[in-house]
Design a binder for this molecule. Structure first.
Ligand SMILES: *Cc1c(COP(=O)(O)O)cnc(C)c1O
Length: 449
């Protein structure tokens, strides 16, 4: 498989099943006392550092099965007839330390709902990070607003706060920071810029359940926070999402909006439908799975954080391997993906693809992560659409096209290497396998290119 072209989801499912089966065949001696140099790279027919499989994902128990079955048997499958979605919303809000939570059908629709609720839409501009899952771009485009990219800081993998203010125009309404890979963005700087320019902040926390910045959960720092519960995520139910916030009136409107515009809390009306809404309701089944999954989230999160920090300590001194830098305010990263950068100059100029193939062969599956998607056709497709040509002056769209160039992001897209979250749900010795595999490739770099 061409790992460079793999999507995150393909990578996640591959990392947890598939190709590893091939590596577990036969019982080969563990990579141990031999010096790295004396050991032939697995990609060249040598013994892999690791033959043991990594944990699969998702993980569930009997109680989840019983809970889903009970809902099936009750016939109350939608939230209007049951209490399961409401129960989850209450418990998730409590877990995050935020007043309110409304579940949605998925994370993409959580973001669309947040943009709508804060009246960010037609003719507006939203500052976003170019280094993210595509939904962060397309929710803005789908709202007929311009996603204005502030370049990525390759050191932190996050939006570079120094690049935000120069992107603000009179049309800018919001900043949409992403805590990408489950690593907190620089929220102090982002909130200060938002305040200064009177912008709203919507956090894309779709990879950052229980990540913390200065002790506060990601998603609870800006005006609204959005989460995804898709199958590959740390709190999964197949498809699902949530919007969280502390403004009661705003959250009432969000609840009403996601339930066809029916009255809710402070949203009252003489007739049945006081506001224009839509249907983005989560089913009872999804919430039942989430209530079950939520029981393991804190322990899993602690494990990923501890193992991630340990792995960083083990690889940081390998020449040409640069772990992701965390902002000073980071109290916990949750490593939906564990990232580092690969500098080929230190590896005999072997291209990243070659390094990743060698690492995978050693029993450590990996991916190159996001490409520079802002260059993909979706942007131009939207800009030439009726909605955009009617909502923005031509000069603005022309200027926007000219500015679509983000060198920090492009550099990161070439250097990044990701490990998937399930690999961190293991022991320190498993982290040693990863570090040993990388070191072995480094020691044999003369044979790599
Ligand atoms: C998963 C994800 C989304 C979208 O969530 P879905 O539930 O898949 O719609 C948005 N942003 C980021 C950063 C994500 O990882």
């Amino acid at each position: 498989m061409n790992t460079r072209r793999m999507t995150r989801r393909q990578f996640v499912s591959q990392a947890s099943t598939g190709t590893l089966a091939a590596l577990t065949l036969g019982s080969l001696p563990a990579y141990g006392n031999l010096t790295n140099k004396a050991t032939k790279l697995a990609i060249q027919g040598g013994t892999p550092v690791r033959t043991k499989a990594w944990p699969s994902w998702p993980i569930w128990d009997r109680a989840a099965e019983e809970r889903v079955l009970a809902i099936l048997r009750s016939g109350n499958w939608y939230r209007g007839q049951g209490q399961t979605v409401t129960e989850f919303e209450g418990k998730y809000a409590q877990l995050l330390g935020v007043k309110r939570c409304t579940c949605t059908v998925n994370g993409t629709n959580a973001l669309l709902t947040a943009l709508h609720a804060l009246d960010v839409g037609v003719g507006d501009e939203v500052i976003v990070s170019p280094y993210t899952f595509i939904a962060t771009y397309n929710v803005v485009l789908n709202s007929t607003a311009l996603p204005v990219f502030a370049d990525t800081d390759p050191e932190t993998f996050q939006i570079n706060p120094d690049k935000i203010e120069e992107r603000i125009t009179e049309r800018t309404r919001a900043i949409l920071p992403v805590h990408i890979l489950g690593i907190p963005a620089d929220m102090d700087r982002i909130m200060a810029i938002a305040k200064k320019h009177n912008l709203v902040v919507i956090e894309d926390a779709c990879q950052a359940w229980l990540a913390q910045y200065r002790g506060k959960c990601c998603g609870t720092i800006g005006d609204l926070g959005c989460f995804s519960f898709q199958n590959s995520k740390h709190l999964p139910c197949g498809e699902g999402g949530a919007v969280v916030g502390n403004d009661e009136a705003l959250m009432d409107r969000i609840h009403s909006f996601h339930n066809c515009g029916r009255p809710y809390g402070s949203v009252k009306g003489a007739t049945g439908y006081p506001i224009m809404g839509t249907n983005r309701r989560m089913t009872e089944y999804q919430a039942a799975i989430l209530l079950n999954q939520m029981q393991r989230l804190e322990a899993d999160t602690q494990r990923r954080w501890a193992n991630g920090q340990y792995l960083t300590s083990q690889i940081k001194d390998i020449p040409g391997i640069i772990p992701c830098k965390l902002y000073e305010g980071t109290t916990r990263a949750v490593y939906h993906l564990y990232p580092f950068r690969y500098k080929k100059e230190y590896f005999n100029n072997a291209p990243r693809a070659k390094f990743m193939a060698a690492l995978s062969a050693e029993g450590v599956p990996c991916s190159g992560g996001y490409g520079p998607q802002y260059r993909d056709e979706l942007i131009e497709d939207a800009l030439t659409s009726k909605n955009f040509t009617r909502s923005f002056p031509r000069e603005r769209l022309d200027q926007y096209r000219k500015e679509l160039n983000y060198p920090g992001n492009d550099q990161l897209c070439q250097e990044a290497v990701w490990l998937s979250q399930n690999m961190l749900l293991t022991e320190k010795s498993d982290m040693d396998d990863i570090a040993n595999a990388i070191r072995k490739i480094y020691d044999n770099r003369d044979k790599l290119a």
